[in-house]
Design a protein around this ligand. Sequence first.
Ligand SMILES: *Cc1c(COP(=O)(O)O)cnc(C)c1O
Length: 386
Amino acid sequence: MDLSYIINHLGEERESYFRAAVPPIIQSNNFIFKTAEEMRHALAHEMDEPFYTRGNNPTVSILRKKIAALEGAEEAFVFASGSAAIAAGVMSAVKAGDHIICVQKPYSWTTKLLNNLLSRFDVSSTYVDGSDPQNFEAAIQANTRLIVLESPNSITFEMQDIEAVVAIAKKHNILTAIDNSYATPLNQQPIKMGVDMVMHSASKYLNGHSDIIAGVLCCSRERAEHIFKGEYMTLGGIISPNDAWLMMRGLRTLPIRMERVSQTTPKVVAFLENHPQVEKVYYPFAQTNPQLELAQKYIKKPTGQFSMTLKANSVEEVDRFCNELTYFQMACSWGGHESLIFPMSVLYTSANYSETTLPWNLIRFYVGLEEADILIADLQKAFECI
Ligand SMILES: *Cc1c(COP(=O)(O)O)cnc(C)c1O
């Protein structure tokens, strides 16, 4: 199935809604049946047919089909946040007494899920340096049930050799999950490499306009049936029909947005790599990245997130650099239309700094849809102020 078909047509049964070009938002939490027989049938097929919107909603269904096809998965669920999707996927794989291996430095709330929440239910976790697949094998215990990857991971963008880790997991009968938010399904499709569950924060690229919080989880039909009855329906962290509609609108432009950042971001990164006031650039496609080969193997095109450490003498100097930027606005998150920075110095002065091992002079960047020249000029202006 080609990308244009998935994005523009798949799941859109226009005859059933007045041949409208754009699907309606079915803002109904329940569905009416004429006969007890019809109601009995829908209840027995709650994952696939509208019965109650926590389980199935026609607007959300269209989106589910598109997301599954984009990832090359049999099924997809859409959640009210990326964190809800990750929690549902991870929890579906473990019970009390089990053990998880996770790549070191994953997204912060993934760490909290494992350390603070699952530990209360007697599920233990080990974090490993993901740059060598053997580290995963060395950490396997008799009770290991799941390996959690994030490639590249957040903020420092370290990659894992996905196929090598999957081979190890399969040999030991262990499930695998990956946070694929950074690459998007356009650039990396882990299901096709044998990963069991692929999660995304759809608040980022998939929606792409900084106006909703959402998450997705893709997997086989068999796993989806298990997750539907368990974490999906029981915890109930589902997306609303309205937000599903917004996300579908965002998806229409995913390919051109990703094409744009693949052109502009390497120019901005090249400018920083050659700048005397920059200590180090963290980017999968940076010429200085020791994992460049892995990036080129797994990620089809460069994307818009990178970090750098600034040659600065103090937190105040980092603050001044950040305050001076105009087009790079200061905020958390990424994946929308607007370029952003997240300076680690905002963590440095707070009480929880001991929880992070990130340098105080590190700034995470996200390149939005602006022109590269404008962003480079913005950076140039800020460098002149320190
Ligand atoms: C933002 C993010 C998440 C969490 O997603 P939410 O939609 O904010 O819940 C998970 N993983 C990565 C890599 C993220 O950037």
